[in-house]
Write a protein that binds this ligand. Structure first.
Ligand code: NAP
Length: 265
């Protein structure tokens, strides 16, 4: 069945930031294709929250699409399923990402961890973006009045702030920033906007293991706005971009980081 409201494909949407993005988009009247890799129950919970957030009388739909973003050969299967069940994608949010299983000093880092992070955080969104962009270019002419298609990449403050105990993560996010610049340059003439959101320290399962460390750093002044970020903070930024609040911008970086990026003396 074709979705009757603009549709966002959000990768890694079962939990954390991806869930916050999906619920915020649902609240703004979007339909969502909720991707995840293994945690079906969490994805079901996300779907329920989206349904609750969706405005009364909205014909938005919320469907689950399990797929491993790190496997490029899963992308076509995923997109075929989304196109078949929802008809079209208006917004791709490349959010799915992983942290290293174990943080290790640069001098002891492993190839295994490097390959895992690059495959999921960089190679996956790069080729998924390519596949979605090609579908858009093949079908845009028939879509007439639909919203200007957009891509939003969820990178991190780690794209520019080195952590010497997780170089693999930092490199994957720095690479994703370049993915934004590349596709923004290539797709502008086609009317497709590409954006990057850089979340700071955000309370999710990913940061659970380092909660005490960051509690302490935030209390000591890590960020001008002295609190943890939330998935809702990122969701609000995604909605603003999705609703075309920045029609003369592309390749833009939005810091959602409590001011972490400000150099201070
Ligand atoms: P999270 O709570 O660990 O959630 C990760 C999500 O990604 C889950 O939905 C997971 O699905 C999905 N996922 C993982 N590998 C996948 C794969 N190969 N294919 C498809 N989905 C996959 O993480 P988070 O903190 O929300 O992070 C979301 C994004 O924000 C990541 O890109 C992360 O790097 C970035 N970020 C996070 C922070 C932070 O402080 N938390 C800061 C800056 C940037 P399952 O539930 O099925 O496992």
């Amino acid at each position: 069945m074709a979705a009757s409201s603009p549709l966002a494909l959000v990768t890694g949407a079962s939990r954390g930031i991806g869930r916050g993005i999906s619920v915020a988009l649902a609240g703004a009247g979007f339909s969502a294709a909720i991707n995840y890799v293994s945690k079906h129950k969490a994805a079901e919970e996300c779907r329920k929250l989206c349904q609750q957030a969706s405005p009364a009388g909205s014909h938005a739909s919320f469907e689950l699409f399990p797929a491993d973003i790190s496997e490029a050969h899963d992308h076509e299967k995923l997109l075929n399923a989304v196109w078949e069940r929802c008809g079209w994608i208006d917004l791709l949010v490349n959010n799915a990402g992983v942290a290293p299983v174990e943080r290790r000093d640069l001098l002891e880092a492993t190839e295994e961890s490097f390959d895992r992070l690059i495959r999921t955080n960089l190679r996956g969104p790069y080729f998924l973006t390519q596949a979605v962009a090609n579908r858009w270019l093949a079908g845009l002419a028939q879509q007439g009045s639909r919203m200007r298609p957009k891509i939003i990449n969820i990178s991190s403050i780690s794209a520019y702030a080195p952590s010497t105990n997780r170089g693999d993560y930092c490199i994957s996010k720095a690479g994703l920033s370049m993915v934004t610049q590349l596709f923004a340059s290539r797709l502008a003439a086609e009317g497709i906007g590409v954006y990057e959101i850089r979340p700071g320290v955000t309370a999710t399962d990913m940061t659970g293991p380092v909660k005490e460390k960051y509690d302490h750093m935030i209390a000591e002044g890590l960020t001008p706005i002295a609190r943890w970020g939330t998935p809702e903070d990122v969701g609000r930024a995604v909605v603003a971009i999705a609703q075309d609040a920045f029609p003369f911008s592309t390749g833009e970086v939005f810091n959602v980081d409590g001011g972490f990026h400000i150099r201070r003396l």
